[in-house]
Ligand binder design. Structure first.
Ligand code: HEM
Ligand SMILES: *[C@@H]1O[C@H](CO)[C@@H](O)[C@H](O)[C@H]1NC(C)=O
Length: 486
């Protein structure tokens, strides 16, 4: 331990010396060198946040810093974000490939590839597959509603009791993805799921800590047995877990009749390409993990935040329920189409997403060529950090930027409107690939649960705490709830 700390200290000094590097001409301003900023995500967890606030105040909406040896530009505010991600979409659609995470995934998985054929082909394929399963025999809606039945059973069993909803929401989000990927659902606590979650956790923890930065900054330490090897071991564990699932699919499948993503991918592998394809069995494995990682915590945490607010704003919960009762009168199930008749519920869900601020710094982008942004020049290969949070809470963009208020999404006539600053899924070519699925999930889940249950903040729970805890995604502090059947 002491030896590690010592090493860490020495590396830090190296990095600082290393970073005497000057900024290129016309580059956005920023502090000289912030060696510890490799873990910028981690920094947001406590007071260092104030230091970063200061950076924005000092340098403006576009400023630069160094992540280890890599130059990065932070984009704050709706205007800068839209200008870069939408108006200069191609220039800003890259992903840096010299980061710790890339080393862990061995550049596999397709979806996080840099701007180019591998990413394009995988993105197109995934969107198409999502659509096929949405419109196919067993539509996405039915899959989600089917999965929700387990949540309803759980809540019915626990009526009147005080319990933590964390596992329940995680489980429903996780199973929606597992059904899509593997045509299978897993009970909470099943080894398959616990191993996936624990291993991904280990990887993310490493990625957000100082050892990732050291790995990125000094290629020659990469073969040493330093703590970052945990992340590489975790990936091996995940491989051992998922390879048998893929092998089983290979045995059972009927070519051309995919049951899930794995089948669809195997179909794609069999197609003959003229000029070599980016699809491969090695990609498939990492591709499954990436989709699982992207789709689970994000959705679960949004639900956790949503219900935390709904319990503590009973009048908002009741108004949702009135609207739901009116629109669904005489119907057993909600459909995604019903959203058009539920402007208030829509506003509440969007407000939950805004205040949940699930992925505050998005995923890092990179410039794909030398480009300009609002007067600054940014060379090819620069890391770009879209500060989505800064748009979601931006003054001037929202009627009530600093409070939970569905009016943020309603006009004078009570119709649902979506302001430009609503960017929880980011924007442009890299916009969240699961946006349509996530929106469907959030709507069907919220409506189904609010229709059947009343969610109550336990009397002895004290004042609610809405301050998020920073992880890969933001989560609310653990809390308990009570439900009654309506
Ligand atoms: C409320 C739920 C969700 C939120 C808030 C969310 C948010 C985001 C954000 C901010 C990004 C980064 C975009 C960028 O780089 O600019 C992203 C990327 C991505 N998301 Fe989501 N996401 C959610 C749910 C999902 C789901 C359910 C899936 C799975 C189908 C998914 C799959 C992905 C993928 C594959 C990417 C990478 C896209 C690419 O690089 O081309 N997400 N998401
Ligand atoms: C992102 O924006 C938020 C809100 O303006 C701010 O508090 C935070 O410090 C910013 N983070 C970075 C890395 O600029």
């Amino acid at each position: 331990m002491v030896a590690y700390l010592l090493l860490l200290g020495i590396f830090m000094v190296f990095i600082i010396i290393h970073l005497k590097s000057r900024r290129p001409k016309g580059f956005p301003p920023g502090p000289i060198a912030l060696p510890f900023l490799g873990s910028i995500h981690k920094m947001c967890s406590s007071n260092p946040l104030n230091d970063i606030e200061k950076l924005r105040k000092t340098y403006g909406n576009i400023y630069s810093l160094y992540l280890g040896r890599n130059a990065a530009v932070v984009l704050c505010g709706t205007q800068a974000l839209k200008e870069a991600l939408v108006n200069k979409a191609v220039d800003f659609a890259g992903r840096h490939q010299d980061l710790f995470m890339t080393a862990v995934t061995k550049r596999r998985g397709g979806l996080l590839a840099d701007y180019g054929p591998t990413w394009k082909e995988h993105r197109r394929f995934t969107l198409m597959t999502l659509r096929n399963f949405g419109l196919g025999k067993q539509s996405m809606e039915q899959r989600i509603l089917g999965e929700l039945q387990y949540t309803i059973d759980y809540l019915e069993k626990n009526t009147g009791k005080i319990f933590s909803p964390q596992i329940m929401f995680h489980s429903v989000a996780s199973n929606v993805i597992c059904q899509l990927l593997f045509n299978n659902r897993y009970e909470h606590g099943e080894e398959f799921i616990t191993t996936i979650v624990n291993s991904l956790c280990e990887i993310i923890k490493m990625n957000n800590g100082p050892w990732a930065l050291i790995h990125e900054s000094f290629p020659w330490v990469r073969c040493l047995p330093l703590p970052f090897t945990n992340a590489f071991e975790a990936i091996e564990v995940l491989k051992k877990l998922i390879i048998p699932v893929i092998e089983e699919h290979k045995k059972d499948r009927v070519p051309g009749e995919p049951r899930d993503f794995v089948d669809s991918y195997l179909d794609e592998l069999e197609k003959v390409y003229n000029d070599g394809s980016s699809f491969s069995s090695e990609e498939l494995l990492m591709y499954c993990l990436l989709l699982y990682m992207a789709g689970t915590d994000t959705t679960a945490n949004t639900l956790l935040f949503g219900f935390l607010y709904l319990m503590n704003r009973p009048h908002i919960q009741e108004r949702c329920q009135e609207e739901i009762d009116r629109v669904l009168e005489g119907k057993d199930f909600v459909t995604f189409e019903d959203r058009h008749d539920m402007p208030y519920v829509q506003a509440v869900i969007h407000e939950a997403q805004r205040t949940a601020d699930t992925v505050p710094l998005s995923l890092f982008h990179a410039t794909t060529r030398d480009t300009e942004l609002m007067g600054y020049s940014i060379p090819k290969g620069t890391i770009v950090i879209p500060n989505l949070s800064s748009a979601l809470w931006e003054e001037g963009q929202w009627k009530f930027p600093h409070e939970f208020n569905p009016e943020n999404f309603l006009n004078d006539k009570g119709e649902f409107v979506k302001p430009d600053a609503f960017l929880p899924f980011s924007a442009g070519l890299r916009v969240c690939l699961g946006e349509a699925l996530a929106r469907m999930e959030l709507f069907l889940m919220m409506v189904t649960l609010l229709k059947k249950f009343k969610f109550i903040w336990p009397e002895d729970a004290g004042e609610p705490d809405f301050t998020p805890v920073y992880g890969l995604t933001m989560t609310p502090k653990p809390y308990n709830m009570r439900v009654e059947i309506r």
